[in-house]
Design a protein around this ligand. Structure first.
Ligand code: MG
Length: 402
């Protein structure tokens, strides 16, 4: 790895940043030195590279809870990432933090996810348990540091340190030791930037709310069930009083948009208080805190936990979701084992990738190459690949072509 290069550029963000924000002109730099963009700041360049990446395009066909082909209206990882970016940018703008960096982190935060959402990640992690495991945060970093292959002078997207560190929400100590600069904060127990912290909150605010919407649409949870949840009930009462007799579709949307809003407002107000109490002056002050500066109030935190528990019990643990996730896990498992047994059935590019990793890391390298190939698949690609390999009816040569 080349040494991180400090950035010195004339094109900088003009949004009036607070002193303890990430300033693009003071970035800790990129792994490989580059000339500065002409009319963009460095974090804009990060964001633009993410949007133009193949991994970002694949998010369109990856899911979180529901499998992609089940309906056109369900969230995908792509729409989820856009919703996270929208929420995160609003918060960053209000707190005078760096909006472009925030957007870059939000758009890239799920790039390392496997097909079939959480089920896929659990299955791939099981497959990889003897080869270093699989963790989507670390895979997101692998995507932007190594796996995207489009630039002549380096592998990956060569993002700034601040964008890269924002992708690592959590990390084990053993993994942190292998990650160099971005793993350091897990070892010395310091914090990420406020831009990274707020994106973390925006992520859960987005999925808690859109999973309600998708869960109702899929018929797995009902408005009556949700009325037991304070966060939902409070907004339901407000909407019902203001617009009695509203049809369910509009009612749900009016409730969810208000739920997102009260969570965002609470987060901004509470975090602003924390900023004042901590007398933040520089980004080092942010990093040296014992815990996150960004936070919900105690009351909102409790309400959010109640909602999360509700979703876990009633949506994520629903037998129909379990059936989907079981099938998904079986697909991942079968593909991994088939490739491990005979890597010659992998596409040429994937074989070459495995061979390169094997030279450096032995069998762990081969497994990591296969894991990279599977993690990069969309839901539908994984299903097609499974069919190609295991369906005996697909024996004609043309059906084997990818
Ligand atoms: Mg996410």
């Amino acid at each position: 790895m080349s040494k991180q290069k400090k950035i010195n550029t004339s094109s900088s963000y003009t949004g009036g940043l607070v002193a303890y924000a990430c300033h693009d002109t003071q970035s800790a730099g990129r792994r490989f030195d580059e000339s500065h963009p002409t009319y963009r700041n460095e974090y804009q360049r990060d964001r633009d590279r993410i949007i133009h990446s193949a991994a970002f395009r694949r998010l369109e066909y990856k899911t979180q809870v529901f499998v992609n082909h089940e309906g056109d209206l369900f969230r995908t990882r792509l729409t989820h990432s856009l919703e996270v970016a929208q929420i995160a940018r609003s918060i960053a703008r209000e707190l005078n933090l760096h909006e472009d960096l925030t957007e870059a982190i939000a758009l890239a935060h799920d790039l390392g996810h496997t097909p079939f959402g959480h089920a896929g990640q659990t299955a791939l992690n099981n497959c990889m348990k003897d080869f270093g495991g699989f963790e989507h945060n670390i895979q997101s970093l692998r995507v932007v540091d190594k796996l995207e292959q489009k630039y002549a002078e380096f592998d990956g997207l060569n993002l700034t340190f601040e964008a890269r560190e924002g992708l690592l929400k959590h990390c084990s100590i053993s993994n942190a030791k292998k990650l160099g600069d971005v793993g350091q904060r897990f070892l010395n127990k310091t914090q990420s930037s406020l831009e990274a912290q707020l994106t973390d909150f925006s992520d859960e605010t987005a999925y808690n709310n859109h999973d309600i919407d998708d869960g109702i649409r899929y018929g797995l949870i009902s408005i009556d069930d949700l009325l037991k949840i304070k966060l939902f009930r409070t907004q339901y009462d407000i909407v019902n009083k203001k617009y009695p007799g509203l049809d369910d579709k509009k009612l749900i949307h009016e409730i969810i948009r208000r739920m997102i809003n009260v969570m965002v407002v609470d987060l901004i107000d509470t975090s602003r208080d924390n900023i004042a109490k901590a007398s933040l002056k520089t980004i080092d002050d942010v990093r040296n805190q014992k815990q996150y500066i960004m936070a919900f109030s105690d009351d909102m935190h409790e309400q959010k936990l109640e909602l999360k528990q509700f979703l876990r019990r009633n949506l994520y643990q629903h037998y129909r979701v379990h059936r989907m996730t079981k099938k998904a896990a079986d697909v991942i498992d079968a593909l991994f084992n088939a490739f491990m047994e005979d890597k010659n059935i992998l596409p040429t590019e994937a074989i070459e990738h495995c061979n390169t990793l094997k030279e450096k890391h032995g069998d762990n390298g081969t497994a990591r190459g296969i894991s990279d190939y599977i993690a990069g698949m969309t839901d539908r690609y994984a299903i097609v690949e499974y069919e190609r390999i295991f369906n005996p009816r697909q024996l004609s040569f043309s059906s084997l072509l990818s």
